[in-house]
Ligand binder design. Structure first.
Ligand code: SF4
Length: 469
C-alpha cells in the first residue's frame, strides 16, 4: 500500500465530502458499537479478563527474547521452518523466495494486516504469482483494486449495494439477487476452485504460542483452513509481538478478541496449527514456514511506545473513534488506520511524514476505554505530539497559540476574565439560537459542523453560582 499519511488533510476532506462513504461507515461502526456493548454487558468477568490480558502481554513483552527463542525451538521441533525478518522488504523477499522454491504460480491468502505491512500483495504480483484473497472482504477490495480501510473489516468503506454492482461486473457467474446470502454464494463459486488449485497458502497469525510452537488463526468464514490445508506449502507471516507464553494464556485473548472486534462471544473458526502434516495425518501442507517480522517492534519495546505492542488488532478503537467514523480508513494513508494506526504508523515510519496522524484525534479517550488490553492510546498520541513539538514539526500558528494559552493559563485571574469575555461574546454572536454557524478564526470547525452556544458563564462562574458563592 502506498504511504500517503502526509496528505491526511486533503484525503480527509475528500472523505468528508463523500455521502456514500458516510452511509457505509455509519451502518457498520454503529452496528459494531451496539453489538460490542451488548456482549460485554453479558460477560461478567470482562474486567478481570481484560486485566489478565494486559498482565500477560506486559509479562511477555518483558521477557520477549526468552519467549521468542522458546517459540522458535518448539516450532522447529514440530517440523516448521522459522525465518527472521528485520524489515518489511526482508520479510516479503523471504516469502517470495519460498514461493519460488515451491514452484508456485498462484497463492491463496488469508487476511493479514502484517501481510499488508510488509507489502506482500505488491511483492507477489511483481514476482508474477497470482494472488487470491480468500477472505470475503479482502476478495471485494481485491476486485475493486482498493487497499483495506479497516483492520478487521477491510471493505468497511463499501456499501452492500456497491458490492452487488462490483460482483455483477467482475464475477464469472454473478447471482441474480443482491441479498447478502446470494453475494456470498457468488463469491464462493468464484473462489472455491482457486482454493483447491493454489500452490502456496499464506496466512497471518493471531497468536504465536511459545510453549509448543503453534500458531493460531481466528476467522468467521473458515477460509484460513481452506487456504492453508490443500496447498503443499503453508507460509505464516507474523509480527513478533503476537507471542503468548502458553495455550492457557491464548484462551484469555480468544475470549476478548471476538467480543471487542465484532461483538460476538467467539469466532466461528479458531484453529491451532502445530507444524506441517505428519506421517499419519489425512491432510495438511508438507512444509510450514513461519516468517517472524520485527519492523521497528524491538525499538518500540525499548521506548514509551511499548504498550502498543500489547495490541491484538481487534479494531475496537477505530469502531469507537469519531474521527475514523467520519473519514474512514483510507484517509489515514497508512496500513493501520484509526487511533492504533496513528500511534503505530509514526513508530514504523517517522514523525515528519506522519505528523498529521497523532493530531487526528480529539483525545476523548473512547479508544482506551474499549481497548481489550487497556492500551493508553491517547497518552501515547499526546506524547507523539510533544515529540513533534520538540522536533520543530508543529505549525507556527499552533505553536504561538499554545504559547499564548500557556502564558494565560499561568495567570488565573486574567485567564478567568478572558474566558468570561469569550463566553459573553460567543453568546451574543449566537443570538440565542443555540448554535453558531460561523465564527471568526473558527472556519475549520464551522465548515463541517456548528459550534454549540456556550452556557451562561464559564465553568468556574457556573460552579460558584451553584455553590451559592
Ligand atoms: S489498540 Fe486496542 S482496541 Fe485498538 S486494535 Fe489494538 S487491541 Fe484493539
Amino acid at each position: 500500500m502506498r504511504q500517503q499519511s502526509h496528505l491526511f488533510k486533503e484525503t480527509a476532506k475528500q472523505a468528508l465530502a463523500d455521502p456514500t462513504l458516510k452511509i457505509a461507515l455509519n451502518r457498520t461502526t454503529g452496528l459494531l458499537q451496539r453489538r460490542r456493548a451488548q456482549v460485554i454487558d453479558e460477560f461478567p468477568e470482562y474486567a478481570e479478563a481484560r486485566a489478565a490480558a494486559e498482565k500477560i502481554k506486559t509479562h511477555t513483552l518483558e521477557h520477549m527474547a526468552h519467549y521468542l527463542a522458546q517459540f522458535e525451538a518448539n516450532a522447529i521441533a514440530a517440523g516448521a521452518q522459522v525465518h527472521w525478518a528485520r524489515t518489511p522488504k526482508e520479510a516479503s523477499e523471504i516469502v517470495i523466495r519460498i514461493c519460488r522454491e515451491a514452484g508456485a504460480t498462484s497463492a491463496t491468502r488469508v487476511k493479514s494486516m502484517l501481510g499488508e505491512e510488509i507489502g506482500l500483495p505488491d511483492a507477489l504480483s511483481e514476482a508474477g504469482i497470482e494472488r487470491v484473497e480468500t477472505d470475503l472482504a479482502e476478495h471485494i477490495i481485491q476486485l475493486a483494486g482498493d487497499p483495506p480501510s479497516h483492520i478487521v473489516m477491510p471493505a468497511m468503506h463499501k456499501t452492500h449495494e456497491q458490492v452487488a454492482e462490483l460482483f455483477r461486473e467482475k464475477h464469472a457467474e454473478p447471482s441474480e439477487d443482491d441479498d447478502v446470502t446470494s453475494l456470498v454464494e457468488s463469491a464462493r463459486r468464484e473462489l472455491r476452485q482457486k482454493f483447491l488449485g493454489a500452490d502456496v497458502g499464506i496466512s497471518g497469525a493471531n497468536f504465536l504460542i511459545a510453549e509448543n510452537g503453534s500458531i493460531v488463526t481466528v476467522t468467521n468464514e473458515g477460509n484460513a483452513e481452506l487456504t492453508v490445508t490443500p496447498p503443499k506449502t503453508h507460509i505464516v507471516t507474523a509480527g513478533i509481538e503476537k507471542l503468548v507464553p502458553s495455550l492457557a494464556h491464548a484462551t484469555v485473548f480468544l475470549r476478548l478478541l471476538s467480543r471487542a472486534a465484532i461483538g460476538a462471544e467467539i469466532t466461528q473458526y479458531t484453529t491451532f496449527y502445530n507444524g506441517p502434516k505428519r506421517k499419519d495425518d489425512a491432510d495438511g501442507p508438507e512444509q510450514m514456514h513461519i516468517v517472524l517480522v520485527d519492523n521497528h517492534r524491538t525499538e518500540m519495546l525499548g521506548s514509551f511506545l511499548r504498550p502498543m505492542l500489547r495490541c491484538i488488532r481487534c479494531g475496537a478503537c477505530m469502531n469507537h473513534c469519531p474521527v475514523y467514523a467520519s473519514v474512514g480508513g483510507h484517509a489515514y494513508g497508512a496500513v493501520y488506520p484509526g487511533p492504533m494506526g496513528s500511534v503505530l504508523t509514526p513508530a514504523m515510519r517517522d514523525l515528519k511524514s506522519t505528523k498529521h496522524l497523532p493530531n487526528a484525534c480529539t483525545l476523548n479517550g473512547r479508544c482506551k476505554e474499549v481497548c481489550p488490553v487497556n492500551i493508553p492510546l491517547t497518552d501515547m498520541l499526546r506524547s507523539l505530539r510533544a515529540r513533534q513539538h520538540d522536533a520543530g514539526l508543529t505549525p507556527p500558528v499552533t505553536k504561538w497559540a499554545l504559547r499564548g494559552w500557556g502564558w494565560l493559563a499561568r495567570r488565573p485571574k486574567l485567564y478567568h476574565r478572558v474566558t468570561g469575555l469569550a463566553v459573553f461574546v460567543m453568546r451574543v454572536w449566537s443570538m440565542n439560537k443555540g448554535r453558531i454557524r460561523r465564527f471568526p478564526m473558527a472556519g475549520n470547525w464551522t465548515r463541517h459542523r456548528d459550534l454549540p452556544q456556550p452556557e451562561l458563564g464559564t465553568f468556574m462562574q457556573q460552579y460558584k453560582r451553584r455553590q451559592g458563592k
